[in-house]
Design a protein around this ligand. Sequence first.
Ligand code: PMP
Length: 441
Amino acid sequence: DQSVCAHLSVLGRDVTVPLVTGGEVTYAALDYAASAPALQRVWDDVAAYAPYYGSVHRGAGYLSQLSTDLFENSRVAVAEFLDCREDDQVVFTRSTTDSLNLLAAALPEGCQVFVFETEHHASLLPWRDARVTYLDAPRTPGEAVRTLERALADRDPYGPALVCVTGASNVTGELWPVRELAAAAHAHGARIVLDAAQLAPHHPVSVRELDVDWVAFSGHKLYAPFGSGVLAGRADWLTGAEPYLAGGGASRKVARRTDGGVDVEWHTTAARHEAGSPNVIGVYAIASACKALTEAGFGDLVAREQYLIGKVREGLAEVPEVKVLSLFGDEAPRVGVISFVVRGWNSSHFAAALSAEYGIGVRDGLFCAHPLVRTLLGSDPQDVGECGAPDGGTTSLNAIRVSFGAGTPDEHVDRFVRAVKELVRDGARWNYRTEDGRCVP
Ligand code: PMP
């Protein structure tokens, strides 16, 4: 029932876009995993706040005071959304990437980091200055836990360690066994950070229940597209570290020394890592989205999304040329993020055709998860067709991703499935080839 999520309606449902064939069509935004549209509620809240906008933490005027209150209350709303522990800190950042880089900059001396090769680059790469152990892609959630346990058992048991894991894959949409991985990390004296960029928009995330030490997510994937993100969790590593950015707002006291230098006393609250004038609108929008999702409850959202996932997967299963990418198999629980390749097609051409002929916005490429996509494609090259096969660079190695969530109508996914079928059947004009029949990369 499409109406179950009416209270979570999104903007942009009636935007029309031109088609190459002439005419216009309503845009089918099926790229939520990159950036989701704003919830109407978020837009309304931001618009209502706009006239009262003022600098935070600085001004003496009424609007500055009001803005400061809204900004700090947003922290509380995010903490509630994530079911944080009493003494957790909520730091506002620019994005998940920013949040994880902040944590990477706050690692204690000698920290070992454990990360699966399947991670998004935002959770794979920030640790490069630490001692990183990259773990092979597991083929079941259970194997993920065993692989982590083995790696942690081999580690230096006295030093600090951090595990970084994504809750829901931005490529396969599959859920990772976060609670079990957290238990394994803690049993070996390690900490764990959850990359919830793809999980939080689709599922409730409870820091307490999952027992993760930190969680990171981005507003623009959580229906609040105004350039802010969150890192929430344990205060100790954060207050023990140098500020992520040095500047005003992070410093409590700055004074010239008699020797001519400067002494700085940094804040020990979240402000320590929030130097500079913050993105007040972005923060307010995140809090608004968190409240809207909490009030609506995830029950209807999840049920509706599972129904849409079923429609897309069943539709794609009827096309023998299509191979859906999966690490954990058909039965794995997942969110509305599905990647696939089409035999004999360059994925970029296929995605371009979906846009130009059907007004459908998807993404193609390696989705900032190169090792994972290579593992998924490379494991079965003959199945993915010549355009997906790693053959020394003469063909492309990429995939197509369709993703959706709150506000996605049946018509968008129905149109998508119909478009895939039609293009595979008679879309050859989009499938450029060299004279000897190879795909143009
Ligand atoms: N982690 C995951 C799982 C993601 O899907 C993304 C965005 N694609 C990120 C991290 C990075 O998010 P952002 O670009 O907002 O920093």
